[in-house]
Design a protein around this ligand. Sequence first.
Ligand code: GAR
Length: 192
Amino acid sequence: MKKLTGPKKIKTAVFISGKGSNLNNLIKFSKFKNYPYSVDLIISNTNKAKGLKYSKKYGIEKKIISYDKKVKSDKKILYFLKQKKIKLICLAGFMKILSSNFVKKFKGNIINIHPSLLPKYKGLNSHIRAIKNGEKFSGCSVHHVTSKLDSGKIILQKKVKISKKDTAFSLAKKVLKIEHLIYPAAIKKILN
Ligand code: GAR
């Protein structure tokens, strides 16, 4: 990723599928002077994503692209990214796997947050699996995206303790809190 020069912020697109709490948090941090990015585009694969409301709230353009037909969707997404001069993509609860062709085009410039201490518990339902396996800790990881699921180089990780009382729901809530701490910090780390 190109180093920042001067006060210019790196234009970023955030991809979502759901609630968008990470999206909201990334936007909030982007307003601070010392966070070197701006959120200029929101992409969702579904119009049901609750996080789309942040488009209106913050006046950020949104695009809904189903990502069922990957070749066609890739073309559309790449067009919008170019139009908006997007240099970094942040996946934030985006529940589709990007095609390897797409990942190649944005090599090194796509990052993701995953709710586990990678390389443990890649894929779905990481909280239930961590609890069932009797793990003492869980956490979250921000990593570079490659064409292999949840496998790119890790940028930042943070741990939380799993208590005996934790359910998948309570653990997800705990982890989400620390996701909000490390995602903006990870962006800062790769851009500075
Ligand atoms: C977050 O916990 C994120 O780590 C996870 O989805 C949630 C989205 O929450 N992502 C994945 O599981 C991707 N494999 P949000 O919509 O409130 O940001």
